[in-house]
Write a new protein. Structure first.
Length: 248
């Protein structure tokens, strides 16, 4: 069965589109690092979006429940990835029993939520003792530098590393890992090639609305997930924050 891809919204990442490949691979890099925590586990992906991440987790987990609030998005994920248990629901009130899952995955979603504290409390509620929350979110310091209000109109609140750690501990979770995702050597070379920032070069084309320069399109289309690095040093300079937190 052929499933039509979800349309680009300007924010939600979908696979298989050349101009979106940088963002897709950046998200995929975090999934590939964090999936080791999902081996044999019952996993809730809270905010599954298109579904590709939940499908990746499902290769390792015993069961994946993929939850999204948007009805067309949830319907697409169910069609595109029939091995998933897809549920439409509100992240502010997760439709799961207390202590019912081993892992909650929440990648590039927290920054969209109005009640971040309430959502993290819900994650702690549905996790079994010893269960883990796997979370990524843009680093406010580099994503919207010098601002408290996000530049991205789809975001409600972005966080710095210390702010994210405070929210996690405030929800009763113990922070096991707080790291940063950043460009590896090949992407740093592309940054230099495109005026200091491959990201800014992409944004400039999107804002202008014109055709992509062939060299930029080829560079973006060739980005791989292993072009990104995950490190615990200099987290404040990272692109995305990556956290693993444990329910005691």
């Amino acid at each position: 069965m052929t499933v039509e891809p979800l349309p680009l919204t300007g924010e939600r990442t979908v696979p298989g589109i050349a101009v979106e490949n940088y963002w897709f691979r950046r998200h995929e890099a975090a999934y590939l690092d964090l999936v080791r925590h999902c081996a044999g586990a019952v996993v809730l992906e809270a905010g599954c979006g298109e579904g590709y991440g939940a499908a990746l987790i499902a290769r390792h987990a015993a069961r994946v429940v993929a939850l999204d609030y948007d009805e067309p998005t949830a319907a697409h994920a169910a069609r595109a990835y029939p091995g998933l248990d897809v549920v439409r629901g509100n992240l502010a009130a997760l439709p799961l029993r207390d202590a019912s899952v081993d892992v909650v995955a929440n990648l590039q979603v927290l920054e969209h939520l109005w009640d971040q504290e309430g959502f993290l409390a819900e994650c702690a509620r549905v996790l079994r003792p010893g269960g883990r929350l796997l979370l990524t979110t843009p680093n406010r310091i580099t994503f919207s530098p010098g601002r408290d209000t996000p530049l991205n109109p789809f975001h409600t609140r972005e966080l710095a590393a210390d702010e994210l750690a405070g929210l996690l501990t405030g929800a009763g979770l113990a922070v096991e890992l707080l790291a940063g995702l950043r460009h590896g050597p090949r992407l740093r070379a592309l940054d230099a090639r495109f005026g200091g920032s491959l990201i800014d070069a992409q944004v400039a084309v999107a804002v202008a609305g014109g055709p992509w320069p062939p060299d930029l399109l080829a560079a973006v289309g060739g980005v791989r997930s292993d072009d990104f690095e995950l490190a615990t040093d200099d987290v404040d300079a990272s692109l995305d924050l990556v956290a693993v937190a444990v329910r005691p």
